[in-house]
Design a protein around this ligand. Structure first.
Ligand SMILES: [Cu+2]
Length: 659
């Protein structure tokens, strides 16, 4: 009864707030009932205690990945991935700039969508997080030792990359799929000739077992639909990958109407083991493309960017057995595979029910050639023959389903703003709970694996008006934490998120916390401009380039006074943090430099570039409070006129450093 009342209130509040009026209760929120203090204790992590789980929640249009603790909802870190981040110098220092290089040049921003954690034997292993970029199609790999981006690969023959970056059960592959089909190769043709002339790509990037290094292994050329989300098969369906499509109408205008004409779109079932065989047999076309492959080298502390120029392409319409279409009502978004790999759940955004396909039945239908025609040469399996069941009247606007590993599934409903719990196999609704409001994706730690950790569920909400203290026209986006151990979902906590909390992955803290990097060993630092001790600090002029080999340690720079720099020079501060102590970074900033600060971890070297434009004596200082004498951690560069003869000197405590 109470639940019903709360549910009614949520709907009423959404309707009311959309009029732009004040909140119904005058802006005050009472902590009553399910939101009372005894519930709050279940999300409370006392000072000095650790959270039980990590949650990696994408920042959506912020381009970054945010790290939270569960159940506290505390934000630990924002990992820069696709966007420059002045807090950490990412994309501003010379070492990380190459990570943001693309075939279009440096793109300083990205649209980060779906993180996924690497797996071994169908279990999340806590080694890496992969995340896709939707705007300029890319996939990044982030180390869960350093919590830093180690690699970014651009995806050629694609425009928009939404059905990404999901990982197979032994991290064999991470995938990417075209959101917007385009002419391949790109060319000048009328947009009205979309149908039949635009095409899609599904990309499979192999992942190295040891170091996680990604490589674009092959692409599958597909009809010109929009590819939305995807999930790997597992267990019995390991070796397959499933991608939802919409716009099988191949409309090119007003898609909100024109891409909703067909009663059913498709889930594309891709047999990637067979794709590997086709590649080995040489049944591919080597196509000329241009894409950037950017890699971080932990030894040199630098990234490099390489432009690659070819890709192996398998044509789905010409290679029988590679791809099958599973008819799925209606503009499906989520494409979710049950932990045992048997059920593939399609969430038709405009469908009245949730559709479950059976992998066993799919195999049988393929064997019996039980097809209902084809699309561009790709067989369409008979809907009845593969259907395992449906959840009837589950809610409005289903988006995404995750599993608790105990036979239950949880689906978000965007329009009716709720999470619905239902049972695999019987398809009966067990519980439903409102969210505040307009939930997109949800996450159960280990959700995309054979072994979910079915204790918590995080709902990621898009619109939260009247839910929080207002902050101008835009209110924070939000996540909500549920306990799902009992029969009924229990709402524990609301917590605001960075950017758009688009999607998330989570894992037990034990998989990550004990293995994190504490310092970078100075003796292993092979940066070409490293300075391993103060006595090696120096300044070297090379024409108009001035290279400053600088060190930092609590609480000074060496050198701290530099003279002989001239207007017109290009100055490189190559700064090594000599500390070998956990959690002692130092910062560096130079007045007038058209870049960000550096934030340099113990043992690491980073480079800031500065064009001195005016004569004078200009200070630099440490930006990260590092000791009682942090404020004294500073220095000066004297800039003389262009062509002047001021001798190049560099000192500490007025002593030349090279003595
Ligand atoms: Cu400092």
């Amino acid at each position: 009864m109470l639940k019903k009342a709360l549910y009614g209130l949520a709907i009423a509040s959404v309707a009311f707030s959309s009029c732009g009026g004040p909140s119904a209760d005058g802006g005050k929120k009472a902590t009553t009932g399910a939101l009372g203090s005894s519930v709050a204790e279940k999300a409370y992590v006392a000072p000095g205690e650790y959270d039980e789980f990590y949650a990696f929640i994408s920042g959506g249009f912020s381009g970054q990945l945010a790290v939270y603790g569960l159940p506290s909802g505390r934000l630990f870190r924002v990992i820069p991935v696709f966007s420059q981040d002045p807090e950490k110098g990412y994309g501003y220092n010379e070492e990380t700039k190459p990570l943001l290089n693309t075939s279009h040049g440096m793109v300083p921003w990205g649209d980060a969508h779906h993180p996924d954690i690497s797996q071994t034997g169908g279990k999340v292993d806590g080694r890496w997080v992969f995340i896709n970029e939707n705007n300029t199609p890319r996939i990044a790999r982030i180390s869960l030792k350093t919590f830093e981006t180690e690699e970014i690969i651009e995806i050629p023959n694609s425009a928009g990359n939404h059905s990404s970056s999901f990982v197979t059960e032994n991290s064999e592959y991470v995938v990417a799929g075209t959101r917007f089909s385009v002419p391949i190769p790109q060319r000048d043709i009328p947009i009205s000739e979309y149908k039949g002339n635009f095409q899609g790509s599904l990309s499979f990037l192999s992942i190295d077992k040891e170091d996680g290094d990604m490589d674009l292994a092959f692409q599958i050329r597909m009809p010109g639909f929009d590819y939305d989300l995807s999930h790997p098969g597992r267990g019995k369906s390991h070796g397959w990958f499933f991608f939802t499509t919409y716009n099988t109408e191949e409309a090119h205008s007003l898609l909100e109407v024109n891409a909703s004409q067909n009663d059913k779109d498709f889930i594309a079932a891709v047999n990637w083991k067979y794709a590997e065989q086709l590649i080995a047999e040489g049944k591919f076309t080597e196509e000329a493309v241009k894409y950037a492959e950017n890699e971080w080298d932990e030894s040199t502390h630098m990234a490099t960017s390489t432009i690659k120029k070819s890709v192996k392409v398998l044509d789905a319409s010409k290679l029988p057995g590679l791809v099958y279409f599973l008819p799925t009502p209606k503009s499906p978004h989520g494409c979710d595979v049950s932990p045992d790999g048997e059920y593939i759940i399609g969430s038709g955004k405009l469908a009245a029910e949730l559709t479950a396909h059976s992998f066993t039945k799919i195999e049988k239908a393929i064997a019996e050639k039980n097809f209902d025609g084809e699309a561009y040469g790709i067989p369409i399996l008979n809907y009845e023959a593969i259907n395992a069941g449906a959840v009837k009247n589950p809610g409005l606007g289903p988006l995404h389903t995750e599993f608790d590993g105990k036979g239950n599934a949880y689906t978000t409903f965007f329009i009716s703003s709720e999470v619905v719990k239902w049972k695999l196999g019987t398809w009966e609704v067990i519980d439903r709970h409102p969210v505040y409001y307009s939930v997109g994706h949800l996450m159960i730690p280990g959700g995309n694996s054979r072994e979910p950790f079915g204790k918590y569920l995080v709902a990621m909400n898009k619109i939260t008006k009247d839910r929080y203290l207002s902050t101008g026209p835009e209110v924070c986006q939000s996540a909500q934490l549920f306990n799902i151990e009992g029969d009924k979902m229990e709402l524990l906590l609301d917590f605001p998120t960075v950017g758009e909390p688009h999607y998330a992955a989570g894992c037990p803290a034990d998989l990550v916390h004990p293995n994190t990097t504490k310092i970078f060993k100075l003796e292993e630092n092979n940066h070409p401009y490293v300075t391993k001790s103060e006595k090696e600090a120096r300044v070297v002029r090379d024409g108009n380039d001035v290279h400053i080999y600088m060190t930092m340690i609590r609480s000074h720079f060496a050198p701290d006074n530099i003279e002989g720099v001239r207007v017109g020079d290009r100055v490189f501060f190559h700064i090594t943090n000599l500390e070998q102590d956990y959690d002692v970074p130092h910062g560096f900033s130079m007045i007038g430099a058209n870049t960000s600060e550096l934030l340099i971890m113990p043992g690491r070297t980073e480079t800031s570039m500065w064009y001195p434009k005016e004569v004078g004596v200009w200070p630099f200082y440490c930006t990260d409070f590092c000791s009682a004498l942090h404020q004294e951690m500073q220095g000066y560069v004297r800039v003389s006129p262009k062509g002047s003869n001021t001798p190049l000197t560099y000192t500490l405590d007025d002593d030349p450093l090279d003595m």
